[in-house]
Design a protein around this ligand. Sequence first.
Ligand code: NAP
Ligand code: MG
Length: 404
Amino acid sequence: MQKIQMTTPLVEMDGDEMTRVLWQAIKDKLIHPFVELKSEYYDLGLEYRDATDDKVTVEAAEACKKYGVGVKCATITPNKQRVEEYNLKQMWKSPNGTIRAIMDGTVFRAPVTVGGITPTVSTWKKPITLARHAYGDIYKNTELRAPAGSKAELVITAPDGTETRADIHQFAGDGVVMGMHNTDASISGFARACFRYALDTKQDLWFSTKDTISKTYDHRFKDIFAEIYETEFKEAFEAAGLEYFYTLIDDAVARVIRSEGGFIWACKNYDGDVMSDMVATAFGSLAMMTSVLVSPDGKYEYEAAHGTVTRHFYKWRAGEKTSTNPVATIFAWSGAFRKRGELDDLPALCAYADALEKATIDTIEAGEMTGDLYLISTLENKKKLDSWEFLDAIAGRLETLLQA
Ligand code: NAP
Ligand code: MG
């Protein structure tokens, strides 16, 4: 079979533990036999991040900005125990946080849905993509305890020194106070990433806040979204037959549960944190959740939503063949190939991405799956495979699809 050619390199970011092991296996079994892989490789494995004082992470993020498409393996975010385990120079920051800050991006998470794995919510027929604003609000807050008798005020000091003050509360008894912020720039970037991604994936966009209660703060989010929609995206949405729709978060929750799925739900930082876990769990398995970081100017970084699956890695290191699910990582690769194919006008690369996803879904729907899915699948003829058998089963189908 003639291998599919690429013109621009993908930014490839390797990672840690079990997902690093699967990363190599996916390349060996599902990519190299079919595609002449062109990638610019960055090793974000913890050892190399430590050796380069984490410069490699920054370089990888810059490369994503330069080339426009990256694919990333899960990585360890070090904590105290990891600092000892890897004898690290310091407790390096989360690579995802670093990349997100440099690309100024929004994370979109969507489940891979397959027959035999039924969502907890019986009306859901299509995936729901959750977009979480990843800046500010309570994640960058300042909070204090307020003793009885104290008065809390909000003060804004303008560049010329003028103060604007507002009373928060006069405390009769002990209490707590919190200050938080967001910026028009960050909210605008979030809005643009959401509108762009909706057009890209041809899905309606829903956005929700609590603007009835928060008449200045949340209302600002609503206004910025509305303004950017009207001036920059309305025409394209109408031409594509798509809808942008704003509603109160309470109403959104009720509508989401009653819906069939198949749309993007944009949420403020806290709402997105909570709702993404709920949506992911209700769709079945964390191992089937994909994630893509999209910058306001349309650069993409694809990855799995799960971590490095440490518990499985320790078993693998002890010589056991684990049944770790590679689906979200495979879909990170297929997403990146499809986007590269679209940008470079390479229909064969897009067709390969489609075939890779179809082969993966067909394999699971034929009853061949990893242990996590075996536990929840309703198929009768299901069989539990280890990760390598599962990848071989996909490779067989992929070859047939590509030869057809
Ligand atoms: P995790 O790697 O997502 O795994 C938690 C558990 O979920 C696993 O033990 C496993 O359950 C199940 N699971 C997750 N992915 C699976 C898969 N592909 N196939 C089968 N089962 C899967 O989370 P963690 O153990 O909390 O974190 C491990 C490391 O990952 C940490 O160092 C953390 O910093 C890092 N992390 C990285 C990212 C990222 O790079 N995006 C995200 C999250 C966490 P069972 O053990 O019950 O089989
Ligand atoms: Mg959370």
